[in-house]
Design a protein around this ligand. Structure first.
Ligand code: SF4
Length: 60
């Protein structure tokens, strides 16, 4: 399960990781904290490597 870290994400832009996700699992309302749909996510971890703020990580 992936976690989007509120403290790392500035929430002032369209999340660029949305375009990187091959499964269309990342959604965002306006500039809100993006959400990862667990049902759609295939666990490729492209978003975790891509986010320049390191805001998306494997939740532990
Ligand atoms: S791990 Fe891959 S499939 Fe899951 S949200 Fe990130 S980019 Fe999309």
């Amino acid at each position: 399960m992936l976690k989007v870290e509120k403290k790392r994400c500035p929430q002032n832009h369209r999340c660029p990781a949305i375009k990187v996700c091959p499964a269309g699992a990342i959604t965002q309302k306006g500039f809100d904290l993006p959400r990862v749909d667990e049902e759609k996510c295939i666990g490729c971890l492209k978003c975790t490597a891509f986010c320049p703020m390191g805001a998306i990580s494997e939740g532990k």
